[in-house]
Design a protein around this ligand. Structure first.
Ligand SMILES: Cc1ncc(COP(=O)(O)O)c(C=O)c1O
Length: 407
């Protein structure tokens, strides 16, 4: 009967995501953020936000008003904004990298750059190589292609274990790419030791494996100058560099770039066009106009000095409150410190009581563990978006939660 065929569909009969879309899950961090939202007053050391108080809002407002008054094309669709490419070439020179405008490709943030490069290199069911503990964004970017993963160990003081990479590359067919965060690793905080950089690039060259170098935090070095240039400085053919304005200006602008061999720019342009029709034109012009004012170097110096102060506050607080209970590394760039508790500790369990009883949150290590639960006893602490006072109070609360778990 007609009435039977028109019966309202059950929830299960509604539109269903594809299996490969369902594979993308961030359940652990979502639960942490849900608990934080329900616990007012929580000091949130979990989330890796850049410092809002350092966004150059007055300068951006001024440049933005000028741009809107003078150039309506800034709100139009458009081809990638050439002047910004020239400015990126200058920025890269400040990272010690020589490149040409023809090798610069503008994106809406490095997450998009990563997604496009993954689509460019990785066949469905192909092989990708990255660290066992790594930024969840790369894990999400590859998941829908259901790759085989070659997962590499990392030393939390010197970075990716290059000897292990060498062993695996000698034994296996070359993966589609190796993804690396050279400086200020997310979540491990570590920067790749200077002597490992040419070794890694040499391996990539010999085995013909493109490196996707994610330099999201490379401009945020804490010392007066970086200890070593990024991998792209050693090779222009096998290193594809991912840069972003998210951490040096503001992530809401959604603007970044990649530097690739110029023959890859065309294929990337086709992929980006299908994703977002070459936007965001407004952000690209706004950033270009901001750089044009000459304000970027002073802004960057301010951000770096403040992040160093906040990092020092976190390392000092860890020493005061957690010595004897945990170990941690000393980041020289970026926004994160990686803390290890005794083996067997369950930091996902602990974060629930840390939030509800002590009003402090962190990211459990396993939120970044690829292919298994091998960072259960670890946590990532983010220091960039908090004052030194908040950091000290947050770590004191954390120490109480940890001490209680062991009592
Ligand atoms: C290592 C790393 N890469 C890329 C991104 C994405 O940044 P964007 O805002 O440029 O997309 C992040 C953001 O946190 C990150 O930590």
């Amino acid at each position: 009967m007609a009435s039977e065929t028109l019966a309202p569909p059950t929830a299960a009969a509604g539109p269903q995501p594809a299996r490969t879309a369902k594979a993308v899950s961030q359940s652990m961090l979502r639960e942490v953020f849900g608990l934080v939202a329900a616990s007012p007053g929580t000091i949130n050391l979990a989330v890796g936000l850049p410092a809002e108080d350092l966004f150059p809002t007055a300068e951006l407002a001024e440049v933005s008003a000028r741009l809107l008054a003078a150039d309506r094309r800034s709100l139009q669709y458009g081809i990638p904004y050439q002047p910004l490419k020239a400015q990126v070439v200058d920025l890269m020179a400040r990272r010690g990298v020589a490149c040409r405008e023809e090798q610069v490709f503008l994106t809406s943030g490095s997450q998009q750059g990563m997604d496009l490069l993954v689509r460019l290199f990785l066949e469905p069911g192909g092989t990708a190589m990255f660290e066992r503990v790594v930024y969840d964004g790369i894990q999400m970017a590859v998941k829908r292609l259901e790759p085989r993963l070659l997962l590499m160990p990392t030393n939390v003081h010197t970075g990716l274990d290059v000897d292990s990479v060498a062993e695996v590359l000698a034994a296996e067919a070359p993966p589609a790419f190796l993804y690396v965060i050279t400086d200020g690793h997310n979540p491990l905080g570590v920067s790749l030791a200077p002597e490992k950089r040419p070794q890694l690039v040499d391996l990539a060259r010999r085995h013909r494996v493109p490196i996707l170098e994610d330099d999201a935090y490379g401009f945020l070095y804490c010392e007066d100058s970086p200890a070593a240039p990024p991998l792209r400085a050693f090779d222009e053919q096998w290193v594809c560099y991912l840069g972003t304005f998210s951490k040096i200006l503001a992530p809401g602008l959604r603007a970044g770039w990649v530097v690739v061999p110029e023959e890859l720019v065309g294929p990337l342009a086709a992929l980006k066009h299908s994703a977002d029709l070459d936007t965001p034109s407004f952000s690209h012009r706004l950033i270009s106009a901001f750089i044009e004012t000459g304000a970027l170097p002073a802004h960057l110096a301010r951000v770096r000095a403040e992040y160093r102060r906040r990092r020092d506050a976190m390392l000092g607080a860890l020493e005061r409150h957690l010595a004897g209970l945990a170990t941690w590394n000393h980041p020289t760039a970026g926004m994160f410190v990686w803390v290890e508790l005794p083996a067997g500790t369950d930091t996902f369990q602990l974060v629930r009581t840390a939030i509800t009883e002590e009003r402090v949150a962190y990211s459990p290590g396993d939120a970044f563990a690829a292919g298994g639960s091998h960072a259960r006893h670890c946590m990532r602490l983010a220091f960039a978006n908090h004052t030194p006072e908040q950091i000290d109070e947050g770590v004191a609360r954390l120490a109480r939660a940890v001490a209680r778990a062991f009592s």
